[in-house]
Write a protein that binds this ligand. Structure first.
Ligand code: KIV
Ligand code: ZN
Length: 390
């Protein structure tokens, strides 16, 4: 394994949370932050403190909760935003201010109504103010992939001169292609970073289904931080999926020999916890964490897997934290099997809860071939799991 360490920047609580159906209560954000720390992400972007009182309070709470992880607060390149983010991060052990401004002509003309030189000034002021509060400052050039590359590099160079320690190259609208994005990251590395100790970060959206492929191409081109979300939630078609990125680097370490801090056995618990918080789960065929990700239906596949799982499995369910589940739940399952499965999912059910769930489970099992964890979570009492068993 190489020494190249890739930082995992999780934005489930910010870019993820701001998408439809994904808003979270304060306690839910705190339990998600706990799970993300357990998972081993390097940075948790906890919210956009200036955006609302609720966002401010969640950044404060996550900052207080996290013991080792860097906690980031997002802000525009506006002084009041930056002061608010700094205030929210006051108690963080490792605070990061993340400031951003758009750099593409289309955003400058129609959204910001600013000239290129004004954007350069906004960048310089924002990064300087942020550095008065914290040592760890990330600067993002929104819509970088549709920006003029000379101007983009000028903006990044300004951010670096003024003290940014990480520069982020977002594919805000999910427009780029892997080879093109890799070239862009290489240009930024050569023209802006050189031998300076600056982290290049990448942040991809999934509008063309390429967020993970683009992120991996960028890592191969020199990015050392990747921004992503659990289950790939996020604006529109979502962000790059954390579990897919991590398992691609793990399974294909022969081609991508990078280190991360991630404990892969916490991937499935993180996915399940998020699904129980937001208003939708993952699609059944979702890579890594979907309920069919390790299911083998066709007879020829089942035969192969029974002879040797490597015939059709490139990773084991256990390696991503899918609980070993020898019990097949169906209409003939008894209460004990059901109680035990709920315990594995983190629910210690009371007698009245079992009495209410069991007949609904049997009715469901009557209609469906198999009953999956997602179905059980839908029947579960409306409270958080106490612990997620791996
Ligand atoms: O997609 C984007 O450009 C963002 C930035 C704020 C980093 O989320
Ligand atoms: Zn984004």
């Amino acid at each position: 394994m190489s020494d190249k360490k890739i930082r995992v920047f999780d934005t489930t609580l910010r870019d993820g949370e701001q998408s439809p159906g994904c808003s979270m209560y304060l306690e839910e954000k705190i339990s998600m932050a706990r799970q993300l720390e357990l998972l081993g992400v390097d940075v948790i972007e906890a919210g956009f403190p200036f955006a609302s009182e609720g966002d401010f309070r969640s950044v404060v709470a996550v900052a207080e909760e996290c013991q080792n992880t860097i906690v980031a607060g997002l802000c525009r390149t506006v002084a009041s935003d930056i002061h608010r983010a700094a205030e929210a991060l006051k108690t963080a052990k490792r605070p990061r201010i993340h400031t951003f401004v758009a750099t593409s002509d289309i955003h400058l003309e129609y959204k910001l109504k600013r000239s290129r030189s004004e954007v350069i000034d906004m960048t310089a002021n924002a990064v300087r103010i942020a550095r008065e509060h914290v040592d760890d400052v990330e600067f993002s050039a929104e819509d970088a992939t549709r920006s003029d590359v000379d101007f983009l590099c000028e903006v990044f160079a300004t951010a670096v001169e003024c003290g940014a320690t990480t520069i982020n190259v977002p594919d805000t609208v999910g427009y780029t292609l892997p080879g093109e994005y890799a070239d862009l990251v290489r240009s930024v590395k050569e023209r802006v970073v050189g031998d300076k100790d600056i982290t290049i970060s990448v942040h991809c959206h999934n509008d063309l289904g390429l967020a993970v492929a683009n992120s991996l191409a960028a890592i191969e081109a020199g990015a050392t931080q990747v921004e992503c979300t659990v289950n790939g939630i996020g604006e529109r078609a979502g962000n790059a999926s954390l579990e897919e990125l991590i398992m691609a680097m793990t399974v294909r370490a022969d081609k991508m020999p990078y280190r991360t801090n991630i404990d892969t056995t916490q991937l499935y618990p993180a996915s399940q916890l998020l699904s129980s918080i937001v208003s939708f789960g993952v699609q059944p065929n979702k890579a890594i964490v979907g309920r069919n990700a390790f299911a083998h239906e066709a007879g020829v596949h089942q035969h192969g897997v029974l002879s040797n799982p490597l015939c059709y499995e490139i990773m084991t369910p256990e390696s991503v934290g899918v609980p070993k589940n020898s019990l097949v739940l169906g209409k003939h399952s008894g209460r004990h099997a059901l109680i035990s499965r709920y315990e594995q999912l983190g629910f210690a059910l009371s007698e009245p809860e079992i009495a209410s769930i069991y007949p609904r489970f049997i009715a469901l099992a009557d209609r469906k071939k198999n009953v999956y964890d997602q179905d059980l979570l839908a029947l579960a009492p409306a409270r958080r799991p106490t612990a997620i068993a791996a």
